[in-house]
Design a protein around this ligand. Structure first.
Ligand code: RB5
Length: 149
């Protein structure tokens, strides 16, 4: 499984740890930056990862900024992206099972390293449940079609 990984300066340190963690679990990680703790603009990195997922170059995305919020908001502006900000593993599992989130985001100023790993484990172990959830995700896509001209 190929993962698009991106962060801003606030997420840089945790992103480096997450990269090692995921690589150690045999994921193929595409590191889309940023590549230092120098200040950058999180929307650009959210967009990069979102494009990699939307184009199917990558199977899923992991985004990290200070809170996980800004970078996921930017990613969600790309058609076909469902980026979920999660601060604990139960939401991460449900983001996949119910919402078929194709990007998981969290905040380096919100979660510690071990919680970040627990979020990733829960998200990647989960499968989309389909059924009524697929209908609702379909409604999200319909809204996207209506509004993303
Ligand atoms: C950067 O200071 C911070 O605003 C950013 O990492 C993120 O938390 C935005 O949502």
């Amino acid at each position: 499984m190929k993962i698009a990984l991106a962060c801003d300066h606030a997420g840089f340190e945790l992103k480096e740890k997450v990269k090692k963690y995921l690589t150690g679990k045999s994921f193929e990680v595409r590191d889309l930056g940023c590549y230092s703790a120098d200040r950058v603009d999180y929307p650009l990195y959210g967009e990069k990862a979102a494009n990699a997922v939307a184009s199917k170059e990558c199977d899923a995305g992991v985004l990290i900024c200070g809170t996980g919020i800004g970078i996921s908001l930017a990613a969600n502006k790309v058609r076909g992206i469902r980026a979920a900000v999660c601060s604990e593993p139960v939401s991460a599992r449900l983001a996949k099972e119910h919402n078929n989130a194709n990007i998981i985001a969290f905040g380096a100023r919100i979660v510690g390293e071990e919680t970040a790993y627990a979020i990733l484990d829960a998200y990647f172990a989960a499968s989309f449940q389909g059924g009524r959830h697929a209908e609702r995700v379909g409604i999200i896509s319909d809204i996207e079609e209506k509004n993303f001209k």
